[in-house]
Design a protein around this ligand. Structure first.
Ligand code: HEC
Ligand code: HEC
Ligand code: HEC
Length: 133
């Protein structure tokens, strides 16, 4: 003799328990991998494709620095018809204005600490400077 009323919930609970590692993993991974916050200005495109940016934004920044400092080449990059001068503050941070929620969210996850901000100012720091002066 068995009672139908208990079989279905019983099976449901069993399925949940058996598949626990699967969905637990999915959930914990989803919360661990950062979702960098996209530009608040509503821009839709970066200076290069996303795979390119993910793989080599550090290389691009070095190339830009060399272009600006060694060759005085500040030629603008054009994104969606709008011009940005090559630079960390002058391009990247104009769109990605929240370093903490964008750059840092990934870097903390990847355990990288770019030293750039020893000298370059983040938009947040710039804002406090403007307030106090
Ligand atoms: C010791 C101080 C210092 C550090 C650390 C530093 N920079 Fe700079 N950077 C400068 C100075 C000074 C300039 C020249 C600013 C100018 O001429 O507009 C510059 C210019 C640049 C430029 C070109 C123009 C601009 O203003 O953005 C880029 C791009 C750049 N740096 C990227 C980086 C990156 C990426 C890092 C970290 C990996 C970094 N820098 C770390 C001092 C520094
Ligand atoms: C014109 C505005 C703009 C500028 C300038 C810009 N970005 Fe972006 N960036 C975006 C947008 C919008 C996205 C998301 C695009 C998408 O999801 O298709 C993005 C995506 C990215 C990503 C990938 C994020 C992810 O989710 O994987 C990285 C990394 C990145 N940008 C770094 C930079 C760096 C470094 C610079 C300066 C060299 C820069 N961006 C300049 C607008 C900009
Ligand atoms: C999608 C994730 C992601 C985002 C968003 C992101 N980065 Fe990175 N960044 C990385 C990873 C991962 C590395 C380490 C790559 C490596 O070592 O090969 C890195 C490395 C760097 C480096 C080189 C640091 C070093 O010590 O070698 C610089 C400079 C840098 N990022 C600048 C930026 C700036 C500026 C922004 C925001 C405008 C940004 N990144 C946003 C993932 C990201």
């Amino acid at each position: 003799m068995y009672n139908k009323r208990f079989i279905i919930p019983g099976l449901a609970i069993l399925v949940l328990i058996v598949t626990f590692p699967l969905w637990f993993n999915a959930f914990s991974k989803a919360s661990a991998v950062p979702k960098p916050e996209l530009p608040p200005g509503g821009e839709k495109q970066c200076v290069a494709s996303i795979p390119e940016m993910r793989a080599s934004h550090m290389v691009m920044l070095n190339e830009w620095r060399d272009a600006v400092l060694r060759d005085e080449d500040r030629v603008a990059v054009t994104v969606n018809g709008k011009e940005y001068r090559k630079g960390l503050q002058m391009a990247c941070m104009q769109c990605h204005s929240n370093k903490e929620k964008f750059c840092d969210s990934c870097h903390e996850y990847a355990s990288v600490k770019p030293y750039c901000w020893d000298c370059h100012l983040t938009p947040a720091v710039l804002a406090t400077k403007k307030e106090t002066h």
